[in-house]
Design a protein around this ligand. Structure first.
Ligand code: PBG
Length: 344
């Protein structure tokens, strides 16, 4: 660039020679654009989040057009579809029966709860051809919708971490490949790592939701798992990060790595690509980003209204994560994107 700019100093070049550098030359043809491509998106970059419910059939989620809560046999079918599409991993989230939710979220560590049951079924069906990622946090199970235990109106840290360890152990015992703590309690990665190791699960990975923000983009997810009504007007600002913070994200990632995280995640995605880039450049570890429910709803809604070209914005938005440095993206578009990539 110094070279390019230096051409503009001094006396103007003769008209015929100007400009000596024409960046449009490499953009002129498809073969040339392909040849100089810096960033690519492939099916290997996709993680597909899925919502599971008791029983059979499927239920649409109003705020996530095109996304359904899937019954137990439908979720196994979706897992097989992921394998057929070449998607490396799925992430499961339970829509827990409200009768099973409680103040202490005890259903989270019931070894026969919904996610544990379907994880066993999925692993029986697909084995190691698909990674299964399970969230660790109490919000799908708590009657107050918070990710941790609540005492005197406060989410209490250390007692919550003890429960998260129990949750991680039942999930690992059910056969999940990756534990993904999304709760943002302090010290949970180290505690979960030693709990897993102590229970004979030293091979189970931890993908930490390391830089997770208190975001308004999670609304449709909370509808999907049925925690929105439980949470009511409360928020998660005492544990999830403020959207104003960048250095703090680096501190969170550093701690989670020191405590034993195998990979880290930034969430939400598109409004936080600066954080994705900074995390990847700073640590050089496997870094994932979550294109969350509100981001999906924006793009899907605008595409369905005919305001945006759906296929093009799906692929462009996912490529932008790769350009920022992400190694992979959790996205509700995973199956659509995989089909588009196979066709292109
Ligand atoms: C639960 C959890 C949330 C998401 C993933 N895990 C919601 C929240 O923190 O309130 C959000 C995902 C999405 O919006 O797609 N701890």
């Amino acid at each position: 660039w110094v070279f390019v700019l230096s051409q503009f100093s001094g006396s103007p070049a003769p008209r015929a020679a100007f400009p000596a550098t024409r960046l449009r030359r490499v953009r002129a043809t498809d073969w040339s654009r392909r040849l100089v491509r810096e960033t690519t998106l492939s099916v290997d970059d996709l993680i597909w989040p899925l919502f599971v419910m008791d029983g059979s059939g499927q239920q649409p989620v109003g705020s996530l057009p095109g996304v359904n809560r899937l019954g137990e046999s439908e979720i196994v079918a979706a897992a097989k579809r992921a394998v057929d599409l070449g998607i490396p991993a799925i992430a499961l989230f339970p829509a827990t029966d409200p009768k099973l939710k409680s103040e202490d979220a005890a259903e989270a560590y019931n070894s026969d709860n919904l996610v544990c049951r379907v994880t066993r079924q999925i692993k029986d069906a697909v084995g190691d051809s698909l990674g299964v990622i399970l969230d660790v946090a109490l919000d799908p199970y708590s009657s107050h919708g918070q990710d941790g235990l609540v005492q005197d109106g406060q989410v209490i840290n250390d007692e919550t971490v003890d429960v998260l360890c129990k949750q991680a152990i039942v999930q690992a015992s059910a056969g999940c490949d990756v534990i993904a703590p999304s709760d943002m309690m302090d010290g949970r990665i180290g505690a979960i790592r030693s709990a897993l190791d102590g229970a004979g699960h030293s091979g189970v990975q931890i993908m930490s939701y390391a830089a997770k923000y208190a975001s308004a983009f999670y609304g449709p997810f909370r509808d999907a798992v049925g925690s929105a009504a439980n949470l009511g007007a409360a928020d998660k600002k005492t544990y999830q990060q403020s959207p104003s913070q960048s250095d703090e994200a680096i501190a969170e990632v550093a701690l989670d790595l020191a405590e034993g995280a195998d990979s880290v995640m930034v969430k939400p995605g598109m409004p936080y690509l600066d954080i994705v880039a900074r995390v990847k450049q700073t640590f050089g570890v496997p870094t994932f980003a979550y294109q969350v429910s509100g981001e999906y709803a924006m793009l899907r809604g605008a595409a369905d209204a005919g305001w945006l070209s759906g296929d093009a914005v799906i692929l462009e938005s996912l490529l932008s994560f790769k350009r920022a440095g992400a190694d992979g993206v959790l996205t509700y578009f995973a199956a659509d994107a995989a089909e588009l990539l196979h066709r292109s």
